[in-house]
Design a protein. Structure first.
Length: 295
């Protein structure tokens, strides 16, 4: 039997549109005589993936007219010195946004560091005050990956109202804030959060009109876990060995893409899906931190 293939949600394309919109807003802001928005990125240690993410963020900022400066430190930077640096950036009126690139070295207490960032400059939205505002539905900064997914759903015409949404993964960065955004008034999805201890996970997933995979395991979501016609959003970025690539690896998501695309109605690719939206929403958050407006 012939089966329809899912339509691809092109994250690169949607992100490019968002980035253009941010650029237009930045241009309007500076045309009124304000300085350009300024983002400070703190990169600690030599993790190549982190360095590459930071380069991507800096490039995206430059294209949108946002000034970004990366402050690079050795992995042995002390927690006390990092806290001092954050306090200096908090008090600097020429800094709008502060981003501490994660993960941090093991000797640094991540929660303590993220609490030290001024909520008004917290463009990753990890400060408890911003997390609280997200949960209660107050306006403000939103975590970039879940906000990017909301933007993708909206701009792809995927109905959330009355939809059953299943989020696989309960991280503070993706799963928990994602579930909170989906249940907000006006979005109106009915949300289930699954994790490694969830019984009958496949059965739960099969009820989803919107299935969000943020597990961190390559190809975890298989075709039998997907309701026909569902929108499948793949947050995973996993390295798998691939001797045909000159790097020796390729990136795959948490979804078995080739099998699931035969069942789903909409699907995001990896790369080129959620990842570019994360960067676009970081720009949007920096615009908001600088101007107090989303546009
Ligand atoms: C794409 C991240 C895990 C741990 C720390 C575009 C990004 C990724 C993929 C990117 C991520 C993941 C970032 C693509 C930022 C997303 O084309 O598919 C962009 O730069 N990301 C990060 O800063 O830290 C992480 C994932």
């Amino acid at each position: 039997m012939e089966t329809a293939t899912a339509s691809l949600i092109d994250g690169r394309q949607i992100a490019a549109t968002v980035r253009q919109e941010v650029k237009a807003s930045v241009d309007a802001w500076t045309a009124k005589g304000h300085r350009a928005p300024v983002l400070k990125v703190v990169l600690i240690g030599g993790d190549p993936a982190s360095a590459s993410y930071v380069r991507g963020k800096n490039r995206a900022c430059a294209e949108a007219g946002i000034e970004s400066e990366t402050m690079t430190y050795d992995a042995d930077l002390s927690e006390a010195d990092l806290l001092t640096l954050i306090r200096d950036l908090n008090g600097d009126p020429n800094v709008d946004g502060i981003l501490i690139q994660l993960p941090l070295p093991r000797h640094i207490d991540e929660a303590k560091v993220l609490r030290a960032i001024s909520p008004a400059k917290d463009v990753d939205c990890f400060h408890p005050e911003n997390v609280g505002n997200l949960v209660t539905g107050e306006p403000g900064l939103k975590p970039a990956t879940p906000a990017g997914i909301m933007e993708m759903l909206k701009r792809s015409g995927i109905e959330t109202r009355g939809a059953t949404a299943v989020v696989i993964g309960r991280s503070n960065i993706v799963g928990k804030p994602m579930a909170n955004l989906l249940v907000q008034k006006g979005i109106d999805a009915t949300v289930t959060v699954c994790h490694s201890r969830t019984p009958d996970l496949a059965d739960v997933c099969r009820r989803a009109d919107i299935l969000i995979a943020a597990i961190g395991r390559a190809g975890f979501v298989t075709a039998d876990m997907v309701k026909p016609g569902a929108a499948v959003i793949d947050v995973g970025i996993n390295r798998v060995e691939d001797p045909t690539r000159k790097s020796g690896y390729r990136l795959v998501g948490d979804v078995d893409f080739n099998a699931v695309r035969e069942v789903a109605g909409h699907i995001t690719p990896v790369p080129g899906g959620v990842g570019p939206m994360t960067i676009a929403m970081l720009l949007k958050n920096t615009l908001f931190a600088a101007t107090g407006s989303w546009s």
